[in-house]
Design a protein around this ligand. Structure first.
Ligand SMILES: [Zn+2]
Length: 333
């Protein structure tokens, strides 16, 4: 009989986690990231190498590469609308409870239309949890920061912008940067910073750094086409200028919805927020509108914090919403 006890898993994981522990991650601040191969020691050579997560899928003529900047575990008490015990129970039911709470991944997407590379969001870059891994993930797939032509910031929370300004540098020197005007107005307002809770101050500070380092940043207004087949979609709620990105070609489409969904609590409920949402009613209203529509259309969705690569669909079981991970590999079969 196969023993699937926790003990078995613990032993199984220890070799892999040892390898992770000694792999240095290049950072944007260190300049041009170095390849991981150079850091391999003799001792590691006998074990499977730790690979950064990467997934690639096609939407018509677009190739989309999903990478990750890392993860952070959010305490069960960070979800207004339910108390910590209720959120922990939900997480346990799904076998998704971590000792530190609910695990948020920071998925990053690079859209390649054959001519231009568009990065969606930049990750927290070490300002939260175990993050700062986007540079090494990009090295692993052979994409250099200076080959990114454009960056879409879905909103100005620190976990979506940090990588652009980490180390106080313009880490994507050739990229045009797009942000919704409503978020720029909000996150650069000194009065709003002064009255904001402490946990939001970093987002104000990184926003100021963004405006300083990317003076040509383009402020958009809600729905807006960036290039043929790539459009911004107004998803105001999570922040005033929260946007998604629709990639569409040849009858296929993907909607990257950023923070419309958080693991464990969404899409089953719309009356559960995340702590960082200042206008909770607005966030709830957008989810209440979006979840049923996405379910009806069986829309292919990518979400920043859902389990890697964050690709899935909202399904309705007699009105009860659930997340269904979508297959992404072997799309040619
Ligand atoms: Zn986020």
């Amino acid at each position: 009989m196969i023993n699937l006890s926790r003990r078995t898993f613990t032993f199984g994981l220890s070799a892999g986690s040892a390898a992770v522990g000694v792999s240095p991650h290049p950072t944007f601040a260190q300049g041009q990231p170095q390849g991981q191969a150079s850091s391999t020691t003799q001792g590691q050579a006998d074990h499977a190498k730790s690979l950064p997560p990467a997934a690639q899928f096609k939407i018509g003529r677009f190739t989309i590469t999903a990478l990750a900047d890392g993860y952070a575990d959010m305490p069960f008490s960070y979800f207004p609308g339910r108390d910590a015990k209720q959120v922990e129970d939900m997480a346990n039911t799904m076998a998704m409870a971590k000792p530190g709470g609910v695990r948020f991944v920071f998925n990053q997407y690079i859209v390649d239309d054959g001519e231009r590379l568009i990065l969606i969001d930049g990750g927290p870059a070490g300002t939260l949890g175990k993050t700062g891994r986007l540079p090494s993930a990009m090295v692993a797939v052979g994409i250099r920061p200076d080959s990114i032509d454009a960056i879409i910031i879905t909103h100005m929370h620190q976990d979506h912008m940090g990588g652009l300004v980490a180390g106080g540098r313009q880490n994507f020197p050739k990229a045009e940067v797009y942000v919704d005007r409503r978020d720029v107005v909000h996150w650069t307002d000194p009065a709003k910073r002064a009255s904001a809770p402490d946990y939001l101050k970093a987002s104000f500070d990184i926003s100021a750094e963004m405006m300083r380092l990317y003076p040509k940043l383009q402020q958009t207004n809600g729905n807006h086409q960036i290039t043929r087949g790539v459009s911004l979609v107004d998803l105001t709620g999570h922040t005033p200028g929260h946007i998604g990105v629709r990639v569409e070609d040849g009858g296929q489409s993907l909607l990257m919805v950023s923070d419309m969904l958080f693991p464990v609590v969404h899409p089953a409920a719309t009356d559960i927020n995340f702590l960082f949402e200042q206008d909770r009613d607005a966030a709830k209203a957008m989810r209440a509108k979006f979840f049923p529509r996405a379910a009806e259309e069986k829309a292919l969705i990518a979400a920043t914090h859902m389990p890697f690569p964050g690709l899935g669909r909202i399904m309705s079981d007699a009105g009860k919403m659930r997340w269904m991970g979508a297959e992404w590999a072997y799309q040619d079969l």
